[in-house]
Write a protein that binds this ligand. Structure first.
Ligand code: SF4
Length: 321
């Protein structure tokens, strides 16, 4: 017997089954979720999709599928749910947001994952924002598909502060392929930074998550920051990985398989709660500050923490991206 969102997930229609992924609709009561965590830079979140086909090995949003009784680790990346669109209901929800409050789009799953090409949910959300004023919009993605909406984002930007956050963990395409198997290559993400910046849209590049022994060298982080600045990004940040149990069960076997020499390091650096040690966090934070100074960017830390409130929301999104 399934209840709540598990029942809703089962009532959704299977729209398309590809060899690896099937797309489903998810009856949804609301798109906007309140985010009460002071550490996060937004008061509200929107996640048009549940599950994420990009399948990053470190993704800590996998647990969100468990609310739908989908417990196999691969369910998160192979059973993708698009929330059902109701423009009038979304407009009514938006009226609850006070002018100036920030809204994070894609805080849990990538709003420009492949499903977006078919469902256009993110596009629909942005079309509504294009008619709004004084909405602070913060978009996070690993996908160059965001380039499709450059014109729309420019339009939104005329009356609302907009920032696009492109995540680029490494410039090493081979490593990125291993860590983020189905996400666009780093050079495609940089091309998106370049195009959006040229269009006058504020772009921040995030090298999150920083993973011990994989992308945490000064050389690796500096390379990402330099490339970001050259592409026109106006901000850059880097913060350590968070290996929640659902992420651990995917990431640690990967590490044993691909980087066995690092297993001991992870045992030492990552606590049972999934967080890195304070010393490691402080070291990365210091290094990020130095790198920002070196590449001439404003010195502001970017936190990489889960949006825990959404875990409790039956009909909302979740974390990560
Ligand atoms: S980390 Fe982000 S982009 Fe990667 S699978 Fe998770 S939600 Fe998708």
């Amino acid at each position: 017997m399934f209840v709540g969102i598990a029942e809703l997930a089962r009532s959704g229609r299977i729209l398309e089954e590809k060899a690896r992924v099937d797309y489903r609709t998810l009856p949804t009561r609301k798109l906007l979720n309140r985010c009460a965590t002071a550490r996060m830079p937004f008061a509200w979140t929107i996640n048009p999709y549940r599950g994420c086909e990009f399948a990053c090995l470190y993704c800590y949003a996998r647990y969100t599928h468990e609310f739908m009784e989908l417990r196999a680790p691969e369910d998160f990346e192979t059973k993708i749910f698009a929330k059902e669109w109701d423009e009038a209901a979304f407009r009514a929800e938006l009226r609850r947001v006070k002018p100036g409050e920030s809204i994070g789009l894609g805080t849990a799953t990538d709003p420009y994952q492949p499903a977006e090409r078919r469902f256009l949910m993110t596009r629909r959300v942005l079309e509504v924002f294009a008619g709004e004023q004084r909405r602070r919009l913060w978009i996070t993605t690993k996908s160059d598909l965001v380039r499709r909406d450059a014109g729309l984002l420019r339009e939104i930007g005329k009356a609302n502060p907009v920032q696009v956050n492109l995540t680029i963990t490494t410039l090493d395409a081979g490593l990125a392929r291993k860590l983020e198997p189905l996400a666009p290559r780093p050079e495609l993400r940089l091309a998106a930074v370049r195009e959006l910046s040229a269009d006058g849209i504020a772009v921040r590049v995030l090298a999150n998550p920083v993973m011990p022994g994989l992308n945490d060298s000064r050389e690796s982080l500096l390379a990402v920051a330099r490339a970001a600045v050259e592409a026109g990004a106006t901000a850059w940040g880097a913060a350590p990985v968070f290996l929640k149990p659902c992420a651990r069960q995917v990431f640690l076997p990967f590490l044993e398989r691909e980087f066995p020499d690092l297993v001991e390091l992870y045992d030492a650096e990552i606590g049972r709660n999934g967080f890195v040690s304070w010393a490691y966090k402080a070291r990365i934070s210091r290094m990020a500050r130095e790198i920002r100074r070196e590449v001439g960017l404003p010195d502001k830390d970017v936190e990489y923490v889960p949006v825990v409130e959404e875990q409790m929301s039956l009909f909302g999104g979740a974390t990560a991206a």
